[in-house]
Design a protein around this ligand. Structure first.
Ligand code: CA
Length: 236
């Protein structure tokens, strides 16, 4: 099966580099040079992944990302951003982008991220069909993680987690007390094998997860930081 990648980027030289390298790896590509055209192509042609620049004419990348997610479109979105735009990466992830890559990017890192995000999106969200309520549950004190329904309850109230936040929580919780580096978390939760590059997306996702999960995100009781090493789930 040939995977389709939609490139939404107004700098022609970058589009050319992306198209060349993606085609050489066997991807089919489509291009849009402004946000509105990108959104239309994304909705009409159902690409397997979208490479999305942030600073675009017509609609910027944030608006495109938000519009897609608001319409229930879950196509993986990889934001392409300039190095100075640290805040933009965070906002992009909060609007539902899956990951970002910084300009100037290494082609190797870009291809690794494209591949991992497509493979991840093609995996079934629900590992095994359980038998309804009660099925595949992990009970951890005040938290109940249900793998069948991909849902989490804290003190019996449902938490609204994104799939990535759910996967991060599930991964750490099933290895309680074990510390994982950002690199290891990228490999397991983001499915990047071997080459990872920029791992700050882990910190952003941990921060968002804490805001939803913790009583006081500044004093976490579930997702803990081991300074200089990484993160772990506290068994309580
Ligand atoms: Ca641009």
């Amino acid at each position: 099966m040939i995977n389709k990648v939609l490139i939404v980027e107004d700098e022609k030289s970058i589009v050319d580099i992306l198209r060349f390298n993606l085609s050489r790896e066997g991807y089919e590509t489509m291009e849009a040079y402004d946000g509105a055209a990108g959104l239309n192509l994304a909705l009409e042609h159902a690409p397997d992944l979208i490479l999305l620049d942030l600073m675009l004419p017509e609609m910027d990348g944030f608006q495109v990302c938000r519009a897609l997610r608001d319409q229930g479109n879950h196509t993986p979105v990889l934001i392409i951003t300039a190095r100075e735009e640290e805040k933009d990466k965070v906002l992009g992830l909060e609007l539902g982008a899956d990951d970002y890559i910084t300009k100037p990017f290494s082609v190797r890192e870009l291809l690794a991220r494209v591949k991992a995000n497509i493979r991840r999106s093609h995996m079934p969200a629900r590992p095994e069909a359980g038998d309804g309520a009660g099925g595949n549950q992990l009970v951890l004190g005040r938290l109940v993680i249900n793998q069948d329904s991909v849902s989490v309850r804290k003190d019996n109230l449902p938490l609204e987690l994104t799939q990535r936040e759910f996967e991060l929580l599930l991964f750490l919780a099933t290895h309680a007390e074990k510390v994982f580096s950002r690199q290891e978390i990228m490999e397991h939760v983001w499915n990047y094998d071997g080459y990872v590059g920029d791992v700050r997306g882990v910190d952003v996702t941990v921060r968002r997860l804490r805001e939803k999960l913790e009583d006081d995100p500044a004093q976490p009781a579930f997702i803990m930081t081991r300074r200089g090493l990484g993160y772990y789930f506290a068994a309580g």
